[in-house]
Write a protein that binds this ligand. Structure first.
Ligand code: NDP
Length: 280
């Protein structure tokens, strides 16, 4: 039997509809949720991401302020802008689109954003809060993965979850979130011995590797939930995940497609974080 396809697009749409109602309520109480979006330089992929984020803001009713700075912007002037946005009462969230040009230390900029306005969840304070189980902003892709699982009704308590990839922005925070849900969590990476064997143990398998079609049907336990975080652009321009979708569809119980799985959830969770920042 073929796996059930988890429709990330539809789930993201539901979340955005719920947020619209919440934004209306906030506005009626005198708060206009506001996200400052900072883009430095003209990287075309970054420009597309920023455009999509601003469009999502408009859809949900969040006000977005746009700061488009030239590629030769100095670190000092970017930090000055972040400081200004930190101190503005009417700005609830600050998003600095990555990557930044080489002359700017990304860590320094991310650390300068006040944790209460860090809607991307990249500030070490928010990362640390997640690790020790305190409230804080969770980065958007991992939060989106958890929301997909929850809204699909997947039970996580006591289940074996295997994550392939240990990056700071996906693998590690996903592991922390699943642990918080009482799953038994294994993180695999490029030095893991017997990766297929580890994967075959998983009730929930999360692939965040960055290699097209890396997870094969033979990595998947029959009936497992397969979450594909990968976004890889092939030579023909098509998008492809880290999971061999055709093979895994035949083995898994649930699977996310690419595109239309985890991707749309990332922006929905960014909107959710903005609304939360404005509610505080
Ligand atoms: P990184 O490149 O930062 O991390 C990749 C991870 O995969 C590393 O931990 C690496 O291990 C591991 N890895 C690489 N090769 C192998 C291998 N042969 N066997 C086992 N593990 C391996 O990637 P990201 O976490 O940033 O992104 C992962 C994917 O998710 C990418 O396709 C990216 O485009 C996508 N992505 C999608 C998002 C969305 O919104 N849907 C958001 C963010 C990312 P090691 O640490 O040992 O090197």
């Amino acid at each position: 039997m073929q796996a059930k396809i988890i429709d990330g697009k539809a789930i993201a749409r539901d979340i955005k509809e719920e947020l619209r109602v919440e934004v209306e309520r906030l506005k009626a109480n005198g708060t206009v949720p506001t996200l400052a979006v900072v883009l430095v330089g003209g990287d075309p992929a970054s420009a597309v991401y920023v455009k999509n984020k601003k469009a999502a803001c408009a859809h949900v009713g969040i006000r977005s302020l746009s700061y488009e700075l030239p590629a030769d912007t100095t670190e000092a002037s970017l930090l000055e802008l972040v400081e200004e946005l930190n101190s503005r009462q009417d700005v609830h969230g600050i998003l600095v689109q990555l990557p930044l040009p080489v002359q700017i230390d990304e860590d320094k900029v991310l650390m300068a954003i006040r944790p209460e306005k860090d809607v991307d969840g990249f500030h070490p304070m928010n990362v640390g809060n997640l690790s020790i189980g305190r409230p804080g902003f969770v980065s958007c892709t991992p939060a989106g993965i958890l929301e997909l699982l929850k809204r699909t009704g997947i039970q996580l308590k006591g289940k074996k979850c295997v994550i392939v990839g240990r990056s700071n922005i996906v693998g590690k925070p996903v592991a922390m979130l699943l642990l918080r849900e009482h799953a038994t969590v294994t993180i695999c990476h490029s030095r893991t011995e017997d990766l297929p064997g580890e994967c075959r143990q998983a009730d929930v398998l999360v692939a965040a590797v960055g290699i097209p079609n890396f997870i094969k049907g033979s990595h998947v336990k029959p009936g497992a939930v397969v979450i594909d975080v990968g976004i890889n652009r092939l030579a023909d321009g098509k998008l492809c995940g880290d999971v061999d979708y055709v093979e895994c569809l035949e083995v898994a119980g649930h699977i996310t497609p690419v595109p239309g799985g985890v991707g749309p959830m990332t922006i929905a969770m960014l909107m959710k974080n903005c609304v939360e920042a404005a509610s505080k």
